[in-house]
Design a protein around this ligand. Sequence first.
Ligand code: SF4
Ligand code: MG
Length: 320
Amino acid sequence: MLNVRDLGVAFGVVQPLSGVSFSVSQGETLGIVGESGSGKSLTAMSVMGLLPLIGGRITDGSIEFDGADITALPERAYRKLRGGKIGLITQNPMTSLDPLKKIGPQVDDVAKLHLGLSNADARARTIDILGTLRIPEPALICDRYPHQMSGGMKQRIVIAMALAADPDLLIADEPTTALDVTVQAQIIRLLDDLVKERNLALVLITHDMSVVAQTCDKIVVMYAGRAVEQGPVEEIFDRPRHPYTQALIACIPRGLDDATRLTGIAGTVPTVLNYPKGCPFHPRCPKAEAICATDAPDFSVVGESAAACHFAEVAHAEPA
Ligand code: SF4
Ligand code: MG
């Protein structure tokens, strides 16, 4: 459904993203994971054709969607895809919802615009979709304004809008970050069900490895604008090869005991203006050696996964 090859993105002379490749098929969830500033959202914006609107451009590689090359699609054509065949779910529902407009018309408009439905048909469809998203009393909800809804309900409305035009691909950028833990779990389960029921392809962008473990079939771990490790989710969790992935997994809280909860990875994420030479992770890497500061590691494939670390192949010669 979506095939991204060797993607590189620049803003003027600054190159925040390079060499990113992944694919996702129908019925499959791909997780893009990393700390903020790793290039996850930029990757999503590239796929959505939003880069030109923020002053960026694709300098390398290609993006293929449903068999067609969309790398250099003009904005006019992209506007049909976005919200149409590609649905977007953002972190903060209030950036996607119009606070001055009732919920029904907001969802109706998507189906009217992209599917050419009449008012009545669009509303029937909206009520149907709200129902499948387990929103109680959908007909009544259509008459409410966003501010009358809870955070979790607002996020369901955003999901309804993303589904209204019957997309093949959903891109969810930190869809649960603004929500409390219980609601997060409900939304994640809902997305998981939608992928299966509607045979959707889902790209789930998150900094949360426990969300990835629950929902994704495969993952791409990003650091400093590069993919540093990728592969099937079980393989990555069982045998993480890259020290950054190992650190992300070690940060997943286990139980409620504060003593076992790690406080994150030491050091800070480099910004695009100071991406380190050599391996971008070397200033923070507990396993760095001299070569890491000078030579950028290539991807090495071990089994079904691949990691960009000089020592990826020996990472599991000894117990992690
Ligand atoms: Fe760490 Fe070196 Fe591997 Fe980079 S290449 S992740 S610095 S061991
Ligand atoms: Mg982001």
